[in-house]
Write a protein that binds this ligand. Structure first.
Ligand code: KIV
Length: 275
C-alpha cells in the first residue's frame, strides 16, 4: 500500500504496511504553523523531544517534560490533518517499567489525539513496547544513536562500528518483533542500516542512517536553516531561513529607527502623508 495521495489521516498501521514503492517522508514539527506548512508533504510528522534543543535552547533532550510534549503535540495536531502524527515520550517518563510507560503513553495519546508514540531503546525496552502495543498504543521504535542516552553513548556520535553493529541490529529486531509499527534508526553506518532494513518486516526510517532505510526523517529546523547551533553531517539544508529572518528583522529595526514604520497605510485616523 502506498501512503501518498490520501485525503484522510495516514495511520500507523498504513505506515507499518507500507509497500516500499516510495520512501516514507518524515519531518519533525513542534508548532501549529510548521505543521501546516509540512503536513501535505509528509507521510509522518514527529513531535520530537529534539524540541528541547531546537525550541528551548537546551544542550540535550534530557530536560524535556511530558507536559511540554503534550502542549507541542496538541499544537501540531491543530495544524495537521493528513500526516501520521507521532509524539516522543521524553526521558524518564517510560524507562522504569511497562506500567510507567503505559501511564505516560496513554496520557499523551488521550491529551494530544496523536496517532502513536515513539520511545528510544532496544532489547531492554522490547517488553515495554509489547505491553503498549497489546493495549492499543502504536509505538515507533528508535535505535542506534539514542539522544536520551547521550551520556551513556559518550556524546552524539555514530553508533554501530565494529562489535556495536550486532547490538544495533539486535535492538531493531527486538523492537520490531515486540510490535513496533516502524523503527527509526539514527546515526549508524550504511551496512548496519541496510542489514536491519532487509531483516525487519516493518519499515525503517533513517536519520543519519543512509538511503538503505525505507524512509527518511530530519529535524525541520535543520532542513530550513533555522537551527544552526551545529549541523550534523547527515543534514542537507534546503533553505537558509535563519538568514532571511536576520535580513527581515534588520530592515524592520532600521525602519522603526528611521520612523519609516508604521506609515500612514498601517494606521487608523492618520492623514496620508503627501510625500
Ligand atoms: O526527537 C527527534 O527529533 C527525533 C528524531 C528522529 C529526529 O527523535
Amino acid at each position: 500500500m502506498s501512503v501518498t495521495n490520501r485525503t484522510k489521516r495516514i495511520t500507523a498501521r498504513q505506515i507499518q504496511q507500507w509497500s516500499g514503492d516510495q520512501p516514507i517522508v518524515a519531518l519533525t514539527a513542534y508548532t501549529t504553523p510548521m505543521a501546516r506548512a509540512l503536513d501535505s508533504h509528509c507521510d509522518l510528522l514527529l513531535v520530537g523531544d529534539s524540541l528541547g534543543m531546537v525550541v528551548y535552547g537546551m544542550k540535550t533532550t534530557l530536560g524535556v517534560s511530558v507536559e511540554m510534549m503534550i502542549r507541542h503535540g496538541q499544537a501540531v495536531m491543530r495544524g495537521s490533518d493528513r500526516a501520521c502524527v507521532v509524539v516522543d515520550l521524553p526521558f524518564g517518563s517510560y524507562g522504569e517499567s511497562p506500567a510507567q510507560a503505559y501511564r505516560t503513553a496513554a496520557r499523551v495519546m488521550a491529551e494530544t489525539d496523536a496517532s502513536a508514540v515513539k520511545l528510544e531503546g532496544g532489547v531492554e525496552m522490547a517488553s515495554t513496547v509489547a505491553f503498549l502495543v497489546e493495549r492499543g498504543i502504536p509505538v515507533l521504535g528508535h535505535v542506534g544513536l539514542k539522544p536520551q542516552q547521550v551520556h551513556g553513548h559518550g556524546g552524539f556520535r555514530t553508533v554501530g562500528r565494529g562489535e556495536e553493529a550486532a547490538r544495533v541490529e539486535a535492538d531493531a529486531v527486538a523492537i520490531a518483533e515486540a510490535g513496533a509499527f516502524a523503527v527509526v534508526i539514527e546515526g549508524t553506518l550504511e551496512p548496519v542500516a541496510r542489514a536491519i532494513t532487509e531483516r525487519l518486516a516493518v519499515p525503517t526510517i533513517g536519520i543519519g542512517a543512509s538511503p538503505a532505510c525505507d524512509g527518511q526523517i530530519l529535524v525541520s529546523e535543520d532542513v530550513l536553516g533555522l537551527f544552526t547551533d551545529f549541523t550534523p553531517r547527515f543534514v542537507k539544508r534546503y533553505a537558509m531561513l535563519g538568514q532571511a529572518i536576520d535580513q527581515a528583522v534588520a530592515a524592520y529595526a532600521a525602519d522603526v529607527r528611521a520612523r519609516k514604520f508604521p506609515a500612514a497605510e498601517h494606521c487608523v485616523g492618520m492623514p496620508a502623508s503627501d510625500g
